[in-house]
Design a protein around this ligand. Structure first.
Ligand code: I6G
Length: 676
């Protein structure tokens, strides 16, 4: 084998180690992943050609090929300790006081603070810089040999960087699974119908205790080092903080939230700060660890039983607790979604007393097999709505009835429907349902619907809350006097609103249909319905078979439309609107002579960029009015791209596909030109 290959292999390994360090330890990669992969493949190809060059610390040798039959036991040369806990400020103060008393120091003590990760403690032994073995904490004296699995973790160096590390160095730290990796892992398990992990801690433990390192290699595990065990043949610094900096320089990952703090108050501020940011961290934590920074002082303080006197874990309030489901109610949201909510025996969790938890939907209840009377684990993380994680295994002593969805809305009595393939059940009450009123009225007044100027979301809520309106029809009964009596409403605004309501009374049929808020009926569908049926009465009377013949209307939308007009209360609201003076404009019959039809009739058009004299929405309305179909993305089926300024990727795609590109003035000219 040529000497140059040997040199090249060495160079590639050092380069790969350096880039792994930048990526996993410094969190600051300086080459793209693809370049790393290229270097890795080069090394692999040399090693395949010259297997005698393979070394145990080569970056290609992370995953061993032999599954184990059992884990060996490893006796820790220096025991792995545990930490005492405190749960309150007073207890932390007492801890600090004990240290000052024992050391006879009245000055503030310097600590090193860092988050306490929710993972698995590990000890990794390096000799002459080479990873020799890794063991779990076990009972503190003897743990399990998980070397094969630890080697698969890219954040764990197989060889330390530099050359000033002690001859023997045992590092201790926490193996954990970041939240994002945990979510991905469980998502995959769900899709494959496999059992999910209850939390990232269990997932980390389960992943590390795999006999087949090939499985561990595919699990997103990380490591943070927080202290050292055996150190021989070399010395480390004399403060906790500097030691961790040294570990980092050896290529070992250290939590970047770790920092020195001076005195009790600084410890408490650090605790508050991390508690606030807990949900934003990429990993689960359950408290803060404070350690006396000065190693000489640590030595003077010593240990009690298996815990150091110089360190403490200040725990956060538990995010999970056990409670009992007393009942399940159904709540109707503003969009009609009917959500099951569990009423619980009150329990203190995540720092507050919780007596309700969302059950999301019936699929969730079935999946977790939750029943009234069950003992359940409640989770409240940060400000997130409390949820039920699972039923406490083995806690159901007698059979309990399965929870069923209601047939009728608990607010308005309308039927509840659940579209096939959708998780959410909905009240069909629409405009009639009190729970949905405000949202329905906001939609009715919105720009693309009835476009009522001056009737914003806040004002609609205020009007509904004060009981002034129940349905959109009530809007037209509002007087200037009643409006000006509202808080934050001047007389001028009241007059303007009454005028705006008056001038909204002659909507195009398509706008009116859209304004009704029929599920899945957007503007385009509303235009297609208007063009097809011409009058409101005809739309109301259309049956399912007729509706699915209309452009862009499939069976689901057709079902929603039929259902909407079958509800007596929806017809009532429409009648009230008509009695209030709404005069829906009938669509003029298109002249059947094809020669008089606009060039855009039946064509598919995409609009992009900013147009010189009108908004994209105005252009869309003009095109829809002449029977064009306006869609969002360019494809081979697109007939025209109407492009304004800063058209971007849609223009590039249209040009590539040979789609005809027009500007606003061409569109206006073509709108006025009849097809020949
Ligand atoms: O379980 C632990 C978590 C974090 C620790 C620990 C730690 O430091 C940040 N430090 C020690 C010394 C021990 N357990 C024993």
């Amino acid at each position: 084998m040529p000497v140059t290959v040997e040199k090249e292999v060495k160079r590639l390994r050092e380069l790969l180690r350096y880039h792994s360090y930048r990526y996993y330890v410094l969190d600051d990669p300086d080459i793209p992943d693809a370049e790393y992969d290229r270097l890795y493949k080069q090394l692999l190809s040399h090693e395949e050609k010259y297997p005698e060059l393979i070394t145990v610390d080569s970056p290609t040798q992370r995953v061993g090929d032999r599954p184990l039959t059992a884990f060996e036991q490893i006796q820790h040369q220096k025991p792995m300790l545990s930490l005492d806990n405190v749960f309150s400020e007073e207890d932390l103060q007492a801890f600090n006081q004990r240290i000052q008393d024992r050391l006879r120091i009245s000055d503030e003590i310097e600590y090193v603070a860092e988050p306490k990760l929710d993972g698995l403690a590990i000890s990794i032994r390096y000799e002459k810089g080479l990873l020799i073995y890794a063991a779990t904490r076990g009972d503190g004296s003897t743990g399990e040999n998980v070397t094969q699995n630890i080697r698969t973790m890219h954040s764990v160096p197989l060889r330390l960087l530099g050359d000033d590390y002690p001859e023997v160095l045992e590092v201790r730290g926490e193996v954990f699974m970041p939240k994002a990796g945990f979510a991905r892992l469980n998502e995959k398990a769900r899709k494959n119908g496999e059992k999910e992990f209850a939390n990232p801690r269990n997932a980390a433990a389960g992943s590390l205790r795999q006999l087949d390192p090939g499985v561990t290699a595919n699990r997103p595990l990380s490591l943070y080092c927080y202290s050292v065990g055996v150190v021989e043949g070399g010395e480390l610094a004399n403060t906790q903080y500097e030691i961790l900096q040294q570990l980092k320089n050896f290529g070992l990952p250290v939590c970047n939230e770790m920092t020195p703090v001076l005195g009790l108050q600084a410890c408490l501020s650090y605790y508050d700060d991390i508690l606030k940011r807990r949900d934003d961290l990429s990993y689960d934590i359950d408290g803060i660890v404070y350690k006396v920074n000065d190693i000489t002082l640590q030595d003077r303080l010593g240990f009690v039983a298996r815990a150091p006197r110089w360190a403490i874990a200040h725990k956060f309030p538990a995010q999970e607790e056990i409670s009992k489901i007393l009942d399940v109610d159904f709540q109707v949201g503003r969009t009609g979604a009917v959500t099951p909510v569990a009423r619980l025996e009150p329990v203190f969790v995540g720092g507050v007393t919780v007596s309700n938890a969302t059950l999301h939907n019936m699929d969730e209840i079935r999946r977790k097999d939750i029943r009234v009377g069950d003992q359940v684990i409640i989770r409240r993380a940060g400000d997130v709505i409390p949820e039920i994680v699972r039923v406490v295994p083995g806690s159901r002593k007698t059979p309990l009835p399965v929870i069923q969805m209601l047939e009728n809305c608990p607010v308005c009595g309308s039927l509840i429907e659940q579209v096939e393939g959708e998780a959410v059940a909905r009240c069909t009450g629409g405009l009639y349902c009190r729970a949905q009123r405000a949202e329905a009225i906001k939609h009715y007044a919105s720009r693309k619907a009835m476009d009522i100027d001056g009737l914003g979301d806040k004002l609609v809520e205020q009007l509904v809350d004060e009981g002034l309106i129940d349905t959109p029809a009530d809007l037209y009964k509002l007087s200037v006097d009643a409006l000006s009596a509202l808080e934050r409403m001047g007389e001028k605004s009241a007059v303007n609103l009454v005028n705006a309501l008056e001038s909204s009374k002659h909507p195009a049929l398509s706008r009116f249909i859209y304004a009704l808020g029929i599920r899945e009926v957007g503007e385009t569908t509303a235009v297609n319905l208007a063009n097809e049926y011409k009058t409101l009465a005809a739309v109301k009377n259309a049956n399912f078979d007729q509706l699915i013949e209309v452009q862009d209307i499939g069976p689901i939308v057709a079902k929603h439309i039929v259902h909407f007009f079958q509800q007596a209360h929806n017809i009532e609201v429409i009648d009230q609107l008509l009695s209030a003076g709404i005069d829906v404009q009938t669509v003029q019959q298109l002249v059947p002579d094809p020669q008089s039809i606009s060039e855009f009739y039946g064509k598919t058009i995409v609009i992009t960029g900013s147009l010189p004299t009108m908004s994209r929405d105005e252009a869309k309305q003009k095109l829809l009015a002449v029977g064009a179909k306006v869609t969002g993305s360019v494809s081979a089926k697109t007939d025209y791209l109407l492009a304004g300024d800063k058209a971007g990727s849609k223009l590039t795609k249209a040009e590539k596909l040979g789609v005809r590109v027009i500007n606003e003035s061409t569109m206006l000219a073509l709108l006025n030109t009849k097809k020949m």
